[in-house]
Design a protein around this ligand. Structure first.
Ligand code: SAM
Length: 232
């Protein structure tokens, strides 16, 4: 269970709201039952229920089970796509272990409004489900031109290019270290954007095979390949 405020050994933490309801009424927690907690800062802790009411529970934070995990230094920069699909992307990015998700606004993007709270909730759920002890950072949407202009030195940029790029795995193995994957919207990047990605921030075009993938498939495939190349 993810909690916003940092956990400390021995404290009694009251869990209310949706999480309290979930523990008390859905999981039917009883006093003495264990619950694993993490806060994205100090790792994972064992909590034991000391009081269970109708809509909230109190947990005694007993001992630290795991340190916060080391997070592979990969960002996923993805053009927003439709609601259910972007939710899926964020969920999979979290499961696969990325450090940051950055929505990127491009010319052909059909979606320009994003509910970051909803996306973050999906991330938290994915982290809880797959046992992460760190959450990916979810940043405000940024325009492609601004992203490229402020590109940090030393971070490789791999952009998924269905019009022809280097085989992804080889390109990633050739550029180890901090990296980002950039995936276009359903309509793809236009030629000018592709050129800007190459010139302004030395983006490396990567191919994910001869078929045109949906943006969300391309994102999950590229992240998986990077994790395989990095051994993460
Ligand atoms: N421009 C295309 C069109 O409208 O026919 C398709 C865009 S594709 C649906 C969405 C995004 O997924 C692309 O911008 C690209 O980043 C990525 N993508 C899809 N297939 C890919 C492939 N085979 N190799 C690399 N990237 C791919």
């Amino acid at each position: 269970l993810f909690v916003e405020q940092e956990l400390t050994e021995g404290e009694h933490r009251r869990i209310d709201g949706q999480q309290g309801h979930y523990l008390a009424s859905v999981m039917r927690l009883k006093a003495g039952d264990p619950v694993k907690l993490f806060d994205d800062k100090t790792g994972e802790w064992l909590g034991v229920a000391t009081e269970v009411r109708k809509r909230d529970v109190t947990l005694e934070v007993r001992e630290r089970l795991r340190e916060r995990e080391p997070v592979p230094d990969l960002w996923l920069c993805a053009a927003p796509i439709k609601k259910g699909r972007i939710d899926w992307v964020v969920e999979k990015a979290c499961e696969l272990g990325v450090a940051r998700v950055a929505p990127v606004l491009t010319r052909r993007a059909v979606v320009d409004k994003l509910n970051l709270d909803r996306l973050r909730a999906h991330m938290v759920e994915a982290a809880e489900q797959c046992g992460r002890t760190a959450l990916p950072q979810l940043v405000e949407p940024v325009k492609l031109a601004a992203l490229l202009r402020d590109w940090p030195t030393g971070r490789a940029l791999f952009f998924a290019d269905e019009t022809g790029g280097a085989p992804a795995l080889e390109a990633m193995q050739a550029h180890p270290g901090p990296a980002a994957i950039l995936v276009g919207p359903e309509g793809g990047f236009d030629a000018e954007e592709r050129e800007a990605i190459r010139v302004v921030s030395q983006g490396v075009g990567i191919s994910l095979g001869p078929r045109i993938l949906r943006a969300e498939t391309a994102a999950a495939a590229a992240v998986s390949l990077w994790m395989a190349a990095a051994g993460d």
